[in-house]
Structure formats: C-alpha cells, structure tokens
Design a protein around this ligand. Structure first.
Ligand code: HSE
Length: 403
C-alpha cells in the first residue's frame, strides 16, 4: 500500500478519505499497490468516525514516518498550513492541497521548494472544485499561448444570481437560501464580495503567466450591490449578470489584466448558460481557440476528487518534480484603470442632457428603464474614463461591465 496522510479532517479532508476508500478499485488501475490513509492530523478527535484510530495531533509523527511520501493539506488558512507544507516538501514529501488562500499567497514559494527537493506541490482543487482546470492548463495547453481565461468561479454567488433571475428573489432572500443549502462559506463575505473568486482568478493568472499574481493586486467587486432591477435590465439587453474572474494575457507584452467583477454576459456566450452552483471556465489558446470547462465548483466529494487526482499524479511521479511552471517571480500586471471595456450605466433622468455630451453618440439607450432612470450602454472606454465621466453625472447609480 502507498501510505498517505491528510492534514485537517474537515469537509474536504474527510471527503479525501472517502474518495480513497470508496474508489480504491478505480485507484488500483493507476496505483497497483493501492493507496491507504495512514494518518489524519487534526486538533480534534473523531470518536464516531471509522478513521479515529488514525488521528494524530503531532505533525512530526507524520513527517518522521518514512512510509509517508504524499501529504494532503486540507487545513485551510496560511498557518500552520504553510509551515507544515514547507517542512514536508523539504523532506521530499509531495503536498497536494485545496487551500486557495495559501496557494495564492505562497504557492510560488512552495512550488520552488518542491522543485529543489524533487517532489511536487499541486493544487488542482483550489480552483473550480471538482473541475479539472489547472492540470489541463499545464498539459493540454503546453503548446499554446493562453490569451484569456474567463470564469464563473464561485458557486454561491452564481446560485444567488440564478435565484434572483429565475425566481425574482431579492439579494438577501437568495443569500439566505444559499446559506440554508450550505453553499455559502462560513463567512459569506468571501463569496458575495468576490474575495473567493478573486483568489481563484489570481491563481489562474499566475499559472497562465508563470509569475505570481496576488489577489490583493486584483481589483475585486462582488455582487452585494446587484439588485433585481439590474437583472431586468440585463434581460432586456439579452444578457444575464454573472460574477466573473477575468484574465487577459497580451501575447506581445506578456502583461496580464486581471479583475473580478459582475458582468452582463450576452446570451449565446458559453458562460451565459452556467447556472445555479455550477462553475464554468472558458480558456482561449492562440491556436486551439475557445475551450470550456464546466462542473461542480464546490462541495465535499467533487473537491476531494480533485485533491485525490493530484495525489495520483504525485504517486506516479515519485522522486521527481512535476513542474507546474510557477516561478517565484512577479507577473507584470497591466494597469486595470486603463483597460477598455463596454459598460452598462444607470443614472437619474436629470442627467438626460449630460449623457451624450460625456459619452458621445456611440451609446445605446436601454428601453424600459426603471421609473425616473435613464440606462445606457457605452462604447469601449477605459475604467479611468468611465469613473471620470460618471463622476460628472449628478444622479449616477451604477456601472456594470459587458462581456
Ligand atoms: N464557497 C465557494 C463557492 C466554494 O461557493 O464556490 C469554495 O471555493
């Protein structure tokens, strides 16, 4: 048996044990000796769990056992996850994780340590839950220059927006349903303010460019200010509001534009039909064109399945590093204020005369506006220009980007 250890026996960690046990037969096809969870590290004991006899409270028991050659870190948070992962990698033990916070902040550092010690640091489950996306980027796109990645990367907010759109629920009602169904993070702020998808697009942008993109560098806006009227406007434009992580990679300059924000997505676009808790990630390679990845972006077993897929790859590559192309250098970011997009804008009727003066003739007015409002769509303008112009509208309400 190939012995592994799980650090953190929460939702994903216990899911990893379940995937390994329930799908041992499937794993045997890839790992003929079989895979066995020898240790589970947690502060707690689990007297009612069949795994309780494997629970330990001291990381050194795991790190000093020569049988352990792969560790699965599902603790979450930066510490002690970083220290434990670093110590393991320095001993040549590969680490697989779903911990997007750690990957986003110190993934490059850990990837370099893994390389120096002929082992691997993989984190497929940190983006898109069960959807294979990081491995395809590294393998299937090896011959490609990836020009863009655009994703619905948060199931909770996609569920909320879908409920608001299809059942006419208010934001608060839809959020409550998401919480009742167990979708929202412990702190719903991470989902609804966009921090969770922002970390995920930062990880994707890092892999696309090979340099680190930290989520603090990524402009981030969630869906808490989206209301039912926005969805009605989107519908009248043949669009749906989606919270997107966007990464545009310039083939000539190698600069990358990254953002998380709500967008009005055109009907017919592959992301338009991604509803409920599902995630969808559209990748464009300069040779292959568009490829779409779709599936469960969250949940115990889908996420655990992605962790175990990394485990399998590590076991199959024992003694050598799986190069994920991440260096410990910073990516070159394009100034997001200068990036040009089209905007949907809502303002008060009193701004009627100022609109054409500020935005020119290329604007399209949206019919059936809410009472007392004017709504229109701009031509391509920079974020800086949009902010300067809307600051001159006396009754400006909001701007939403178009895709
Ligand atoms: N809360 C996240 C989501 C799942 O709703 O997509 C974990 O990343």
């Amino acid at each position: 048996m190939f012995e592994v250890a799980i650090l953190g026996f929460g939702t994903v960690g216990s899911g990893v044990a379940e995937v390994i046990d329930r799908n041992q037969k499937q794993l045997l096809r890839e790992i003929p000796e079989g895979v066995h969870v020898k240790y589970i590290l947690d502060l707690r004991d689990f007297p009612d769990s069949p795994y309780n006899d494997r629970v330990v409270h001291d990381i050194d028991i795991i790190l000093n056992d020569p049988e352990i050659r792969v560790i699965c870190e599902t603790m979450g948070g930066k510490e002690p996850a970083f220290t434990f992962s670093k110590k393991a990698l320095e001993k040549g033990i590969s680490v697989v994780t779903s911990n997007k916070e750690l990957v986003d902040s110190l993934g490059g550092t850990l990837a370099v340590i893994a390389k120096e010690h002929d082992c691997s640091y993989l984190f497929e489950a940190s983006v898109g839950g069960g959807i294979p996306i990081l491995r395809p980027l590294r393998t299937s796109f090896a011959q490609e220059f990836i020009t863009s990645v655009t994703g619905i990367l948060n199931g909770t907010t996609n569920y909320i927006l879908t409920k608001m759109e299809t059942e006419g629920l208010d934001f608060e009602e839809a959020l409550k349903q998401a919480q009742d169904n167990g979708y929202a993070e412990r702190n719903p702020e991470a989902d609804i303010e966009g921090y969770d998808p922002c970390r995920k697009i930062a990880i994707l942008a890092s892999l696309v460019t090979g340099g680190n993109v930290k989520y603090q560098q990524v402009p981030c806006e969630g869906i808490s200010r989206i209301d039912k009227q926005d969805l009605a406007y989107a519908k009248s434009l043949g669009r749906a509001v989606k919270l997107l992580g966007v990464c545009r990679h310039d083939e000539e300059t190698n600069e990358v534009y990254v953002r998380t924000a709500p967008y009005m997505v055109q009907e017919g676009h592959p992301l338009y039909s991604v509803n409920d808790v599902f995630n969808g990630i559209l990748v464009h390679g300069n040779m292959v064109g568009d490829l779409m990845f779709y599936g469960s972006g969250a949940g115990k077993l889908p996420t655990a399945s992605a962790v175990v897929s990394d485990m399998v790859e590590c076991i199959q590559n024992m003694g050598r590093n799986i190069d994920i192309g991440l260096k410990n250098t910073d990516a070159v970011l394009e100034d997001p204020e200068e990036y040009c997009e089209r905007y949907f804008i809502r303002t008060g009727e009193e701004d009627k005369d100022r609109i054409a003066e500020l935005f020119g003739d290329a604007i399209e007015y949206v019919t059936a506006p809410a009472s007392g409002e004017i709504a229109f769509v701009t031509d391509m303008i920079s974020c800086r220009s949009m902010k300067e112009k809307t600051a001159k509208l006396s009754a400006f309400k909001k701007a939403i980007r178009l895709l």
